[in-house]
Structures are given as C-alpha cells and as structure tokens.
Design a protein around this ligand. Sequence first.
Ligand code: TXA
Ligand code: MG
Length: 351
Amino acid sequence: MKTKILQVHPEMFQNEELREACSILQSDGLVAFPTETVYGLGANALHREAATKIYEAKGRPSDNPLIIHIANRESIYELASEVPAKAEALADAFWPGPLTMILPKAERVPASTTGGLDTVAIRMPSHPVALELIRQSGVYVAAPSANVSGRPSPTRADHVIEDLSGRIDMIIDGGEVGIGLESTIVDLTTEIPLVLRPGYITMDMLRDVVGEIMLDPAVDSRERKPDIVAKAPGMKYRHYAPKGQLIIIEGEIQRVISCIHGLVQEKQQNGYRVAVIATEETKGAYPADIVYSIGSRKSEGSIAAGLYDILREMDHLGAEYIFAESFEDDSLGQAIMNRMLKAAGYHLLKA
Ligand code: TXA
Ligand code: MG
C-alpha cells in the first residue's frame, strides 16, 4: 500500500485540505493525524472492519481497546449509555483537551472497538486538525497512538512514517505535537473516579473538579506488581520502549551523576554502545559524545515533549545500554516517570 503524506499547517490550514483524509475515513481506511498529545491512527469507530485494520497495522493485541475521538461534546451521549454528573463536569473543565473518560458503552459501539469490554473510552482532542478531521468527516474516530505496538508513541510525522509507512492510507503531517505524552485516562464507572493512566491533566487538576479521586494501584508504583492487573488493558504491555536496555537512576543529583559515570565506564569496557539521557542542567557533566538532553528541569512540559523523540533517537544510535536521570514523581512528573519506568521495564537503581 502506498501511504500518502499530507502536509498541513497545524492552525492555518484550509478545511478543503482535509477532504481526501475525510473520504478515506468515510470508506473505512486508516489516517494518521496529529493531536495535542501524540499522533493518532484513526479509523471509523463504529465499523468493525475499520477497527480490525487498526490492530493489523499496529500489530496490536485485539483485546486492547481503542479511544473514540469526538469533535462535539454532545457526541458523548451517542457513545455512552450513561453519563454521570462527574463526567459532565470533567468534560466542561477539560474538553477539548488531553483527557479520556471511560464510561458504560452504548449499544452502537462495536465490541471490536472496546476490546470486548462493556465500557468505552472517549476523548475530545483540542488539536485543530484533529477536530476538523472528525467534524468534517462526520466519523467518530477510533485512534490509538500511531506507532507500531510496543514502540514509543509518535510526537512527529516522521515517527509515524518510520513505523507505519506502507501500512496505512494517509499520514497528515501537522508538525510537532505540543504535549508529547498520551492523554490522562479517568474511569468514571466507579463510585470514586479512578485514574488509569496519568497525563498532562494531573491528579490535582481532576480533584479540583470532582473531589475525591484515586490512582489505579497497578499504576501507582515504582515497581512492577505482577499480581495487580492494570484496569486499562494497554497499561499491562511493555510499552514506550527503546530497543536497548533503559536503566533509570534516582537519588541526589550529584550522586546520580557519579553513579551513571561508573555504569557507563563498566559497560563501555565490556564493548557495549552506551548513551546517557540527561537534562539541560546536567548534560555538561557527562562525556559529550554519548549524552542527550531531554529538556530543562525547570520545565516539566519540555521534558514530557522530548521524551519519546529521545527514546526513538536511542534506537537510531543503536544504544545497547541507556542510563537516564529520574524526575520528581509529582504533577506532570507523575506521567513522565510512569512512561519512563514502563520504557525501562521498571529497571530503577538508587544512587
Ligand atoms: O492521547 C491519547 O490518548 C492518544 C491520542 C491519539 O488520542 N491515544 C492513545 O491511545 O494513547 P492508545 O490506544 O495508545 O491508548 C489507549 C489506552 C490503552 O491503555 C487502553 O487499554 C485504554 O486506553 N483503554 C481504552 N478503552 C478502555 C476501556 N474501555 N477501559 C479501560 N481502558 C481502556
Ligand atoms: Mg499507545
């Protein structure tokens, strides 16, 4: 299959530019498109064949449910059989934006989209291209991240091209995304809302709107807990992972730096190709030829935005061991550490 690449300006595009992408979605094809979090791989959420194509293109297990993207808040009543007041309050506060809500599914949503669950994940993205694509096509768009299953989510069109070129109909290149980590997922089918995946919308932001909330115990962890099953099926897979072994080192920063120096030396002596993931503040403390800066510690947003690109860069380098500094586990840092720990297979050392 030849994959068409469509370049659009993320804000100043003409609606007609998306016409072909819309007709692909209307005829059950696959279109990758930018959202404010990561690039998504879209197909018609209400057609079983379309969802099946997504699983094939990604090489994704079909028990892993998809998020349905909408362009109009009212669509939630078409896709969910019940919308509690807390869900309405969250939609008012955070939509359009990087929040996904889990609700009881409506009859019309096929089991192929929800991985056989009787709940459905719904999100209204804020990216202008995503919104216009959904609005103009008139399609409810099921979209997982547009990466091959297990690889880091794409934050630029060339990441999507790397993974899915030749396997999908079209890639809309709308430039680099803003946030760089997948949406926060909140389950509203329980009495107390449960965060299944941390993201840009933090626990504190959610609490301000709905009061008490909880974090899925399978996610709230610096260690893998094999006996607890994550409620979001996708959170159980090894994810976001570079091909080399990523190891995260935490502790007081000077000790972290000297610990990483020792580890680098040991692996290099054994003939391995080694890389270090540091920050703007610390990159000068490591050998220049192997250090990569993920962003500034002063801005968690820049670290979130740079994480997946740097993990992909590690693959391009052929790094066999990757040593990374750790980050504060609060607000946006919670989402950053969640993705880093999963990418590292929970390899965490204390300096
Ligand atoms: O930011 C995002 O959410 C991006 C963009 C494209 O919108 N999408 C994304 O989709 O990250 P994906 O498929 O990579 O991750 C969806 C997650 C998976 O962990 C999946 O298991 C979970 O959402 N999920 C979907 N439906 C669910 C449901 N009914 N119950 C529990 N978890 C669900
Ligand atoms: Mg994904």
